[in-house]
Ligand binder design. Structure first.
Ligand SMILES: Cc1cc2nc3c(=O)[nH]c(=O)nc-3n(C[C@H](O)[C@H](O)[C@H](O)COP(=O)(O)OP(=O)(O)OC[C@H]3O[C@@H](n4cnc5c(N)ncnc54)[C@H](O)[C@@H]3O)c2cc1C
Length: 406
């Protein structure tokens, strides 16, 4: 018999898991957060992500997290599209058009690990939250009343932990998803992306904004600025046939940066990494008491910066429903609604936005390129159309649609 105080088990202290754990903690739900990284190496994770859109900033503000991450990031009111062939700006979008829609008419550039670090500091202050670092979920079971998480702890022992629900915030390789036999289908892009972080004044020297998408039929690029410490990150596509060691070499990275923007000195490179990108969506986000949120439910290309944002939106949506079930005001059928609502966003917003962005910057046909560039230019120049455009890119439109899905 499951104890009345059995916790909700949240697996993974990434943005999705931390947001859900915070929401549950603040609604008096006993919560156990399991994370495979240890206390000692949690902050050593590869830096990724960071464009946090107004819709998510609203949620972070409600959790009390915004005020902690704002000083650790950079406020980016605008984003730009550039044509690499003519080295000219195609369009600049300004979030100021959302001034009547949100308290946060800007994007906050703040890396994923800083969000998780600040959320973990907050979580440690709640007596109803238990955090198990260095603990890895390896399997799970469930029956009508509860779940059992099978984990290996820091000492390498296997333990069985009981809970009322288990939520995967584990990222793309979710054990919960596999143990629940949930299909995860879609495709992997036929290129790898090289990301290089540098210290350089791209804004002052070339007029780039803090967030830039660069269209080029041969080699698209993205350029973003991060704060504390100040860094720029450039992304280029690379061929899967190329040797990863060569792609990560100083010579190759320097040559790509010089081609991107010639500089009289070698670039000051502080980090480099290759990653693959995918478009995959889970068949369902709920099976009984096992649930998926964030990358465990959907992974997408990072071009548009919506993966983490939509994962946090999953968590807040799910948190409301779990609290309702646990306090008796909702029944288990709301979890089917969770799938209907959030799968709609994964397919019709996150996947669509990121696929469209990739096509826009990668287009080879000169006529289509010109049409795309004209469309972006005209949209940015018209405040009404620019607002509609940013309501979509910031996922605010997706939340409006979600509210209407029963
Ligand atoms: C280069 C790059 C740039 C990106 N930029 C953006 C951006 O600007 N904006 C944006 O919205 N998104 C961006 N993304 C996507 C974003 O990083 C992910 O969508 C987001 O991190 C997913 O959050 P999550 O909490 O679901 O999973 P993750 O961030 O992957 O966290 C999963 C956590 O679970 C832990 N874990 C995994 N398995 C287990 C297990 N079995 N047991 C215990 N713990 C486990 C992991 O250690 C980790 O801490 C980017 C991605 C990349 C690669």
């Amino acid at each position: 018999m499951l104890s009345k105080n059995a916790p909700v088990i949240v697996v993974g202290a990434g943005p999705a898991g931390c947001s859900l754990a915070l929401y549950l903690a603040q609604h008096d739900v006993n919560t156990l957060l399991i994370e495979t990284f240890t206390e000692a190496n949690f902050l050593d994770q590869a830096p990724r992500t960071g464009s946090i859109h107004p819709s998510t900033l609203e949620m972070f503000a409600d959790l009390g997290l915004y005020e902690r991450i704002e000083p650790r990031g950079l406020i980016a009111p605008t984003f730009q599209f550039w044509d690499r062939l003519s080295d000219s700006m195609i369009a600049e979008f300004d979030h100021a058009v959302l001034k009547d829609d949100t308290r946060f008419p800007f994007v906050l550039q703040c890396e994923r690990i800083k969000v998780a670090e600040e959320a973990m500091k907050m979580l440690r202050t709640y007596p109803n939250v238990k955090i198990r670092m260095g603990t890895t979920l390896v399997d799970m079971e469930q029956d009508a009343d509860g779940v059992t998480a099978i984990v290996t702890n820091e000492g390498g022992e296997t333990e069985r932990i009981q809970g009322s629900f288990i939520i995967s915030g584990e990222g793309a390789r979710s054990v919960v998803r596999k143990a629940s036999n949930i299909a995860f289908e879609g495709y992997t892009y036929p290129d790898q992306v090289l990301t290089v972080s540098v210290v350089h004044d791209f804004d002052k020297l070339h007029g780039y904004s803090y967030r830039n998408y660069l269209s080029d039929p041969d080699q698209w690029a993205n350029l973003f600025k991060w704060g504390q410490p100040e860094r720029w990150r450039v992304h280029f596509p690379t061929s899967l046939d190329d040797d990863p060691e060569m792609l990560l070499s100083d010579d190759y990275c320097q040559a790509q940066l010089q081609k991107f923007l010639p500089n009289s000195q070698p670039y000051d490179i502080v980090y480099r990494k290759l990653y693959s990108s995918h478009q995959l969506v889970a068949d369902t986000f709920n099976v009984g008491r096992a649930l998926l949120a964030g990358d465990s439910a959907h992974v997408n290309s990072p071009i548009g910066g919506v993966g983490m944002n939509s994962g946090v939106h999953d968590s807040i949506n799910l948190g409301e429903k779990l609290v309702g079930i646990l306090d008796g005001s909702m029944d288990m059928s709301v979890l089917d609604r969770y799938t209907r609502q959030r799968k709609h966003v994964a397919v019709n917003h996150v996947k669509t936005i990121t696929e469209r962005n990739k096509k826009l910057i990668n287009e080879r046909d000169p006529e289509v390129r010109k049409r795309n560039h004209d469309m972006l230019h005209d949209t940015a120049a018209d405040p009404k159309r620019a607002r509609e455009y940013i309501l979509r890119t910031s996922l605010m439109k997706s939340l409006e649609e979600v509210a209407a899905i029963q």
